[in-house]
Structure formats: structure tokens, C-alpha cells
Design a protein around this ligand. Structure first.
Ligand code: ADP
Ligand code: MG
Length: 685
């Protein structure tokens, strides 16, 4: 394996930044696929600019830029002129431009055209020399997910060097020839080159298909290997229903929906049965999965055993802990519940671990700490993972291994995948579906708008905040990157601070913050100390703040509808009317129509299917349908047909050579081993 450092131009500093992205070797860099492609259009005439979008213009900078401080922003302005007209240009926090960009310079500016104060302005454009821009026109340029300090240009350069290297050592094809032929898959070296630098749309589609297939194929081979290792286990803790659980169920302030009742019966049936439970509960956001988990935990506790529930974030774990303890307190249930998370102090952790080991605690709620810390359980009979799609494949196994005997396993997921796909992906689990929402919900009001609606949206946000309600604003990315099309959290929050009235507190939340920081922001939001939370999609997972009534999503066109639907699930959780504002930064008719599907239904499953029906393969660029079940290139929704093919190919292969011992599978066998060691754990399913 070649370290990334062996590439020309990748020094120590760049190496560390690549490590942050999870890229350590040249090989891994090649599998670091673009998240999108940019197509640079030729410059447009300034006089004919009419709609707000990303544009390029070519002209002369009219005067050396000047900077002015507005609140806490440095605003740099100038204007650019061509034969047809002139347009103002604005940059934020880029004071150095005063020194480098002189009046009279001829160049191309490419940025977002916005309509402000009754005129068009070009915002935050990138600056190109004419010849440089010419070279970019019409080529699909890869856009990578970046980290601060590493530019898209640097990643592009490293990738093109890596591609030269691979061609030197000619990586051998590892997909069996008959598989490639049957499913019409491109050859490896072609695919890997074309995914980074596609010659045209056709080559991109062909390359992508091969890589998606390969990814699903390896994944399915890997889980098959893992499954062979775990044979079916007998039920070591058979349990008949208990009176206290019945009493708890009766004291709840609501009745279970029909769907919840059915799933609860399935769980009880498993707890009594011959085999240990191995069940997936699938249910849309807000369908009420938590209560089912609580019933199962209580049942286990009533039989003198321990039950543990693992959630993907600290915020969610705490929230579960609080709802359970509140319920138990109100209904006189005397079971002891304990919380264990990574950000607790050493002393708190020690106390929690002691109460688990001595069986003072019956129910344990926590994060990854449940498997990371040295926790010893006593008669652990049930493990639950909430939001399973946020965990690595092996993590639920690790939790299950904490039991002395085979434990009951329950996993919960809100990803609305079709049953056929669920069977492929979770082949080792029985599946229950909570396909009904509680009846008392006030339907959410939605609107799909373009960016010119922002001022109205901000006034609406102020109004809701004045009524004591809270607001989420979602942006797709964390930091400024070379591709300016996406709003990013930090800058957006700065801008909101200038746009919204002063009494409103704005907080920022994103995945790159430390857990402690995230917790304190989330806690402040729960306590209504923050009214407007500007966030990436990290809030998508399970968060429950019923006082939040507005969900505004910027660059909605970048998200799959299934993911937008998950985001929408963060509001409409209380008694108040809630609203979703989906802001699209393009006015394209197809995009608007696609987004409007969200208006027509509240059923995540229907929405995901409609989305697919409307889109063709070229539309896959940069849009992830599932948003959360993250393969590195494949998308279980939009690539469902490839997933089905890969599953078939795996069965055929297993029938022929289950141990991959034949000579012709040697390369595959070696590659699978590498995949299971290095890449499987990074996958969230
Ligand atoms: P999810 O399935 O997304 O995890 P939750 O379990 O968080 O959903 O439930 C969402 C909200 O609905 C919670 O406040 C919960 O108490 C409430 N809830 C659950 N079941 C019912 C029901 N049958 N009737 C009314 N409200 C319910
Ligand atoms: Mg939940």
C-alpha cells in the first residue's frame, strides 16, 4: 500500500488533512469519489442576466475593491463591466482582495447572482484568468467533500497523480469475468478514472454503475461472511408477559396505534420463543418506535434481567433517558435507569459502570460508550440500537457480545426502505413495520420556494420566534469550499445575524464539532436559550424538540426527498401548527416539481418512490436519496436495481465457490479481506 505522502505535492500538512478525510493510502484516495461535478458554462452577458443562479461573467473590474465592516462581517465590494452593462460584486470576509484585485483587471468572475435592494449583485464569486476559465468550460469537474485547509484543487491534483500511479502498476481486475459480462460492468481501470474525470455523461454513468455494483457486491459478500460466523441462537431468557408492563401500558397518556400494537405482539412473541430475538423495527419518523423499545426494556427488567439501548448521538441518548425516567416516575414504575455517554466525567462514568455491574440498574441507555467503556453487565438479556442506520455494521454485534449468553436483539430504523431491499440488507433479521402515525398530529404546512422568498421567510421566522417558538435552518455544508453553490452553516449564521432582529439568539451545529460542543448547543436549543438553530443534517437523527415549529432548508435541491422528509420530521411534534420552507436555489421546472412531491404526501416510502420515478440517471449527480445509509457511492434507493443484481450475483457465486477458493477468485478473495478490514466498519447501515 502506498501512503498518500508518496504523491508529488502532498506534504506533511496535506497528509494530515487527507487523514482527517479518512484517506491514508493512494488506493483510498482513488475510492474517495467526488460528491458532485461542476459544469462551468461560458460567461454570460451582464446586460442579459435575469434569474438568480450561479453565473460566470467576463469583463473589467471597474475599481479596486473597498471593504466596509457591517456588524461582524467585512464586506468587500466593487463592480465588473462588459460591453452590455455593469454589475455590483460583493465578497464577505475577504479583505485581502483589496490588495490583489486592481481596478482595470480583465477576468472572469463566477458566483451566485442574487437580487438585493432592487438590483442584481454577484455574491462571493471566484476569480479566474481568462485562459484558465476557458480550459474549464464544458468539462465535468469533480467536486470533493473537503476539510478546512484542503482545497478542491489540491484534491483534484492528488487524484490525477494517483491515477497515473495506478496505471503504472496496473491494478488487476477483481470482479469475476462472468459477473462483469452478465451485468455489463465496465473494467476497473476505466471506471476509477472516469468517476473522477468523466469524459462525458455516458462515461460517467458507465463508470458509476460498475463502482456501485462493486460496492454492493463486496458489502453483501462481507455480511454473508459475518453471518456464517453467527449461527442461530437459542433463547436463553424466555419471558412470558408481566403485569407491570401491562399496567405501564394502561397508564400511558395515549393508546398504541394498531401498528404499534402489532409490533409489540411480535416482540412479545419473540421474547417467549425458542430462538433469541433478532428483529428490525422499521417505522417512519414520528411513528412512535421509542415506546416499543421502552416496553421491551421494561419487560426484560421485570424478569430480573438488564436491557441496554444504544443511540447514535449523545443528544438522543439523553433524550431517551429523560423520557423513560419521566414516564417511570409518573406511573410509579420502580425500575432503575442509568445513562452512560462518552462526554460524562470519569467519576460519573465510574458510578454508572458500578451500578450496571452490581445490577442496581435495570435499564441502561447510552451512546457508543456502551461498547467502548469497560462495562460489565449482569444478566444482559436485550440490546437495542436506535437509528441503526447511523451505526457501523459491527457495532450492534459488539453490543450483543456484552451478554454472557445469546441476547435478544432489537434494531430500530427510520429509513423507509422497501421490504425487498430490507431483506437484502438486513438478511439476518426479522422485520416489523410501524406503518401508521399516531392520530393526534397537526399536519405540517409546506412550501417550496426560490431564494427570492428569503426576506419573507426571515420575517416569518421572526414572527414565530416572537411567539416563543423555535426554528431550524438547514444548510448542506459546514465550511466554505471552492464550490459556492451550497449555503454553509457558518457563513449562513453570520448572515442571519445581520438579517434577523437583534433579540433572536442564533446557534450553529454541525457534524465536525466536538461531542461536548454539540451537546451544549443542543441543550441550549432544548431549553429555548437558542431560538434559531443553523445546522447541517446532524439534527436529522431522532431529535425531539416539540417547541420547534419551523424547518427551513436551504439548497433543498441538493437533498434526496427521503432525507428532506426526515428533516421535516423534526417539526410537527407538538400541539402547535408547524411549517416547512424548502428553499431551492434553482428555478428549474423539474427541480421544483420534484420538491413539490413533499407537499402531496407525508409518507416517507411513497415520497422516495415518486422521487425515483421522476428522475433519470444523469440526475443522480450530487443527490443522495437516503442521506443516511451511506455507502460511499451507491444509494440504496436510486440504485435499488443494481443492489438486487449484486445480491443475485453473490448468491450465484456462493453456489459455485463459497470460500472463494478457486484460482479465478483469488484476486477477489484478497480484495474482500482488505475491504472487511478497512472499509466495512466505516459504513453506516
Ligand atoms: P420515532 O418513531 O420517530 O422514534 P418517537 O418514538 O420519538 O418517534 O415518537 C414521537 C412522539 O409521539 C413522542 O412524543 C411519543 O411520545 C409520541 N407517541 C408515540 N406513540 C404514540 C401514540 N400511539 N399516540 C400518541 N402519541 C404517541
Ligand atoms: Mg426515534
Amino acid at each position: 500500500m502506498n501512503a498518500i505522502r508518496s504523491l508529488k505535492g502532498v506534504g506533511e500538512k496535506a497528509e494530515q488533512l487527507f487523514h482527517k478525510l479518512g484517506v491514508e493510502t493512494v488506493e483510498e484516495l482513488l475510492h474517495y469519489y467526488p460528491r458532485d461535478y461542476e459544469i462551468y458554462d461560458p460567461p454570460e452577458e451582464i446586460g442579459s442576466l435575469v434569474i438568480t443562479k450561479i453565473v460566470a461573467v467576463e469583463g473589467v473590474i471597474e475599481r479596486t475593491p473597498t471593504a466596509k465592516k457591517i456588524k461582524n462581517l467585512q464586506v468587500v465590494t466593487t463592480s465588473i463591466r462588459d460591453a452590455t452593462g455593469s454589475i455590483p460584486v460583493t465578497w464577505y470576509n475577504m479583505v485581502f482582495l483589496q490588495k490583489v484585485l486592481r481596478g482595470g483587471t480583465r477576468c472572469v468572475l463566477r458566483g451566485r447572482l442574487v437580487f438585493k435592494g432592487m438590483q442584481f449583485t454577484l455574491e462571493q464569486p471566484q476569480i479566474f484568468m481568462l485562459a484558465d476559465y476557458d480550459a474549464l468550460i464544458h468539462v465535468m469537474q469533480p467536486v470533493y467533500t473537503l476539510t478546512k485547509g484542503l482545497s478542491n484543487h489540491a484534491v483534484r491534483k492528488a487524484v490525477s497523480q494517483a491515477l497515473e500511479k495506478v496505471e503504472v502498476c496496473q491494478r488487476r481486475e477483481y470482479l469475476p469475468a462472468d459477473v462483469r459480462e452478465k451485468y455489463e460492468l465496465a473494467e476497473y481501470n476505466f471506471a476509477i478514472r472516469q468517476i473522477h474525470f468523466p469524459k462525458d455523461m455516458d462515461s460517467f454513468v458507465t463508470a458509476r454503475k460498475r463502482l456501485v455494483f462493486e460496492e454492493f457486491f463486496l458489502f453483501l459478500l462481507a455480511i454473508r461472511r459475518l453471518k456464517e460466523a453467527n449461527e442461530i441462537t437459542r433463547n436463553a431468557y424466555p419471558m412470558e408477559g408481566s403485569e407491570e408492563t401491562e399496567r405501564f401500558l394502561k397508564s400511558l397518556p395515549f393508546q398504541l396505534t394498531k401498528a404499534q400494537e402489532r409490533v409489540w405482539r411480535e416482540i412479545q412473541h419473540d421474547l417467549r420463543g425458542e430462538k433469541a430475538m433478532n428483529r428490525l423495527i422499521q417505522g417512519d419518523v414520528g411513528s412512535g418506535k421509542t415506546i416499543l423499545a421502552v416496553l421491551a426494556l421494561l419487560e426484560v427488567a421485570n424478569h430480573g434481567c438488564q436491557g441496554a439501548m444504544m443511540a447514535p448521538t449523545e443528544v438522543l441518548a439523553k433524550q431517551h433517558y429523560e423520557s423513560i425516567t419521566t414516564w417511570f416516575r409518573e406511573y410509579g414504575i420502580e425500575k432503575k435507569v442509568v445513562l452512560l455517554t462518552g462526554s460524562m466525567t470519569a467519576k460519573e462514568k465510574k458510578l454508572a459502570c458500578e451500578s450496571i455491574a452490581s445490577h442496581t440498574s435495570d435499564i441502561i441507555i447510552g451512546t457508543h460508550a456502551l461498547i467502548q467503556e469497560k462495562v460489565v453487565y449482569d444478566r444482559l438479556a436485550l440490546v437495542i440500537t436506535d437509528e441503526q442506520h447511523r451505526f457501523g455494521v459491527n457495532q450492534r454485534e459488539l453490543l450483543a457480545e456484552k451478554g454472557e449468553e445469546a441476547v435478544h436483539i432489537l434494531v430500530m430504523s427510520a429509513t423507509p426502505i422497501p421490504r425487498t431491499l430490507a431483506i437484502i440488507l438486513y438478511g439476518d433479521l426479522d422485520i416489523s413495520v410501524v406503518d401508521e402515525l399516531p392520530a393526534n398530529r397537526v399536519p405540517i404546512k409546506n412550501c417550496v420556494v426560490n431564494t427570492s422568498y428569503r426576506p419573507q421567510a426571515y420575517r416569518f421566522i421572526e414572527k414565530e420566534a416572537a411567539r416563543g417558538h423555535q426554528i431550524y435552518v438547514i444548510c448542506p455544508m459546514v465550511e466554505e469550499s471552492e464550490s459556492m453553490e451550497a449555503e454553509n452553516v457558518e457563513d449562513y449564521a453570520d448572515r442571519l445575524r445581520t438579517e434577523l432582529s437583534d433579540g433572536i439568539t442564533i446557534g450553529v451545529l454541525h457534524g465536525k464539532m466536538r461531542p461536548q460542543q454539540k451537546n451544549s448547543i443542543m441543550e441550549a436549543f432544548e431549553k429555548n436559550e437558542i431560538q434559531v438553530l443553523v445546522s447541517t443534517t446532524v439534527v436529522e437523527v431522532g431529535v425531539n424538540v416539540p417547541n420547534a415549529t419551523v424547518m427551513m432548508v436551504e439548497n433543498a435541491e441538493r437533498f434526496g426527498l427521503a432525507q428532506l422528509h426526515q428533516l421535516r420530521g423534526r417539526v410537527g411534534r407538538g400541539k402547535e401548527q408547524s411549517y416547512c420552507i424548502f428553499v431551492s436555489s434553482t428555478d428549474k421546472k423539474e427541480t421544483m416539481e420534484r420538491l413539490k412531491i413533499l407537499n402531496s404526501s407525508n409518507d416517507g416510502f411513497y415520497i422516495a418512490n415518486e422521487d425515483l420515478r421522476l428522475r433519470g440517471p444523469g440526475d443522480l449527480l450530487g443527490i443522495r436519496q437516503s442521506g443516511s445509509m451511506e455507502f460511499s457511492i451507491g444509494d440504496i434507493f436510486s440504485d435499488a436495481a443494481i443492489l438486487t443484481d449484486a445480491a443475485e450475483a453473490v448468491s450465484l457465486l456462493a453456489a459455485k465457490d463459497v470460500g472463494l477458493e478457486m484460482e479465478e477468485h483469488a484476486e477477489l478473495s484478497r480484495y474482500l479481506k482488505e475491504y472487511m478490514e478497512k472499509r466495512l466498519d466505516r459504513l453506516n447501515l
